[in-house]
Design a protein around this ligand. Structure first.
Ligand code: FES
Length: 123
């Protein structure tokens, strides 16, 4: 018997666009989960990542500085400046293997939504 797996994205309202500083971030809480939401206005792009920096387990990435690394959008943790890709969460600080989770973002009518994947299996 074959198992069919499907993935859908559940979009949760995070905040309004004006709640996020230009070229900066905020922390959005969904129950116990903290998400760092960034408006990279210089590039007209939005990103969301986990707020937890995996280096020393600090809830800090929403307060990090955003910028670009060879064209790749990135955030630098405010504690020890490890940098992570905002696209796929890879650590861009060369000696490190740690990675962060990233989430899709969409903006509609001045409202910002963060997407969470839901995977379902059926036989
Ligand atoms: S806690 Fe983030 S770089 Fe160290």
């Amino acid at each position: 018997m074959n198992t069919i797996t499907s993935t859908t994205i559940n979009w949760l309202y995070a905040c309004n666009t004006e709640d996020v500083p230009l070229n900066g971030g905020v922390c959005v809480k969904f129950d116990h989960l903290q998400i760092a939401l960034f408006h990279f206005s210089r590039r007209n792009e939005w990103y969301a990542t986990q707020n937890l920096c995996p280096h020393k387990q600090q809830m800090a990435l929403s307060r990090g500085m955003i910028g670009s690394h060879s064209g790749e959008p990135k955030v630098a943790c405010p504690f020890h400046k490890k940098t992570f890709s905002l696209k796929d969460g890879r650590c861009l600080s060369d000696e490190d293997e740690c990675q962060i989770g990233v989430y899709p973002v969409k903006v509609a009518s001045g409202r910002v939504y963060i997407g969470f994947e839901i995977t379902a299996s059926s036989k």
